[in-house]
Design a protein around this ligand. Structure first.
Ligand code: 2P0
Length: 315
């Protein structure tokens, strides 16, 4: 388009309270089940996108050029292949994470959601949030949930082309909700989510139980959100994360992300709860733990977990 020189986009990171683990279509990132997340407000990604002369794409992360064979640069280029007006039309991607780098929050979701917004801005498509969610999903499944703030539900859909597979905001505000990141290890994980969930679908003996479990957990979570029942929200999120990690452990070869520090943090949460503190956790495809609590308990949580990084999703 003449005169259009660059596009920009921003998107929040998100943490799933009911998890996505397994696809029915690997090319379109269509999930087996729905999922429901909380977006992390200002923490996320910002992307600036410019067509360039080439001879390749140039991908930058936090002002540093990424090697073209790095995982993120390869995934970004493969995604941009879907949109090049002509072969050999190259882009410069300047991605910035506004998540503290070591905070342990996934950046691929906010990165691809921000990139979808930057493409929409560059080409002036004027896409709806629903259409942007579909577009972002093609880069990374969980990116479908990073187009909105607050609670976001991603519908699994059933159409083979995925046009009914997008995420939408759940109409609810919960200003006192806090998410705390406990960064226990920032080494690269032994196996990425993409490969791990594929392996679980193919080899986990009770993967067939998972869709029913997710359907129940989604219903419980939506009721907890509607009723502002924090204990119910925490209980379903923690149980769903543990069920996902059980699927991972029952995968062949097994996938175990937890480290001794992860188990110690889980036990510390349970001990705090025994003593009456309203504290729950969730975990993703890695060893770090995310705490869920109410703002009124922040001092008590910080006293037990001095290194916690606290996020107020509705601030
Ligand atoms: C989630 N995770 O719901 C789950 C919980 C990890 C554990 O979504 O292959 O990076 O790009 O669709 O989105 C991570 O998976 O995988 C993820 P792809 P993605 O947040």
């Amino acid at each position: 388009m003449p005169g259009v020189t660059h596009g920009v986009g921003r998107a929040p990171a998100n943490i799933a309270l009911v998890k996505y683990w397994g696809k029915r279509d690997e090319e379109l990132n269509l999930p087996v089940t729905g999922s429901l997340s909380i977006s992390l407000g200002r923490l996320g990604s910002a992307v600036e996108l410019k067509p360039t002369g080439g001879p390749t794409d140039a991908v930058w992360l936090n002002s540093a050029p990424l090697p073209l064979n790095s995982a993120f640069a390869k995934r970004a280029s493969a995604y941009l292949d879907l949109f090049r007006p002509t072969p050999g039309h190259w882009y410069e991607v300047q991605a910035r994470n506004t998540v503290p780098t070591a905070a342990g929050f996934a950046s691929s979701a906010s990165g691809f959601a921000a990139l979808a917004r930057a493409l929409d801005d560059l080409y002036g498509w004027g896409l709806s949030t629903r259409e942007l969610s579909i577009l972002a999903r093609l880069g990374s499944g969980s990116a479908a949930r990073s187009l909105e703030h607050g609670f976001v539900e991603w519908q699994a859909g059933s159409e083979p082309d995925g046009m009914d597979c997008f995420a939408e905001r759940v109409a609810a505000e919960w200003p006192a909700l806090r998410v705390g990141a406990l960064v226990l290890c920032s080494d690269e994980k032994p196996i990425g989510s993409r490969e791990g969930m594929k392996r679980s679908v193919e080899t986990c003996g009770f993967y067939r139980e998972w869709p029913g479990r997710v359907a129940e957990d989604l219903a419980l979570l939506k009721r907890a959100i509607a009723e502002k029942d924090f204990a119910a929200l925490g209980a379903v999120a923690e149980a769903n994360a543990l069920a996902m990690h059980a699927l991972m452990a029952a995968t062949r070869p097994p996938i175990v992300y937890a480290l001794p520090e992860t188990v110690a943090a889980m036990r510390a949460v349970w001990a705090a709860r025994e003593e009456g503190l309203g504290l729950w956790f969730t975990m993703d495809a890695g060893p770090n733990v995310k705490l869920l609590f109410d703002a009124q308990d922040e001092a008590a949580v910080r006293a037990r977990f001095p290194a916690v990084q606290v996020v107020a999703p509705f601030a």
